[in-house]
Design a protein around this ligand. Structure first.
Ligand SMILES: [Zn+2]
Length: 144
């Protein structure tokens, strides 16, 4: 987990943004929107040497950001791992890789934010304020 925090903060420092879309741009990752089955929010594929993040075109802006950050997490953390590419179809999976990609996403999107220690906000409140799914907030601030 500390490692993922370090990776995300290095990225934000290097590219001066925590937008997963801008980071994809800088890193040469294409992001496209497509009609996908409802249960699939997004996934990534590797075409020749380039990565492409495919996002379900029905998700709203906030969710697209989370999906993009999650898939970018897979690309940065797991692209050397062959077993991941077909495993990354939905961020509802609970494998180790899914968890790491979720952690990457929440650390990236909330880079520099410090909620709980400040105000004792609940996970639900943080989720509502940030528009980041509760599950991801729990992972970062309230790990079991
Ligand atoms: Zn995934």
């Amino acid at each position: 987990m500390e490692n993922i925090e370090r990776i995300t903060s290095n990225l934000v420092q290097k590219y001066n943004t925590n937008s997963p879309f801008e980071l994809c741009d800088y890193l040469g990752v294409n992001v496209i929107y497509q009609e996908l089955p409802d249960c699939v929010r997004g996934f990534f594929i590797k075409i020749l040497k380039s990565f492409v993040v495919v996002i379900n075109n029905t998700v709203d802006e906030d969710e697209a950001k989370v999906v993009c950050a999650h898939e970018l997490g897979h690309i940065i953390l797991h692209s050397e791992t062959n077993s991941i590419s077909l495993n990354s179809r939905t961020y509802l999976c609970t494998s180790k890789y899914e968890r790491e990609a979720d952690l990457f996403a929440v650390n990236l999107l909330l880079q520099g934010e410090i909620f709980p220690t400040d105000d004792n906000l609940s996970a639900e409140e943080i989720s509502r304020i940030t528009h980041i799914p509760l599950k991801l907030i729990m992972l970062k601030y309230f790990p079991e």
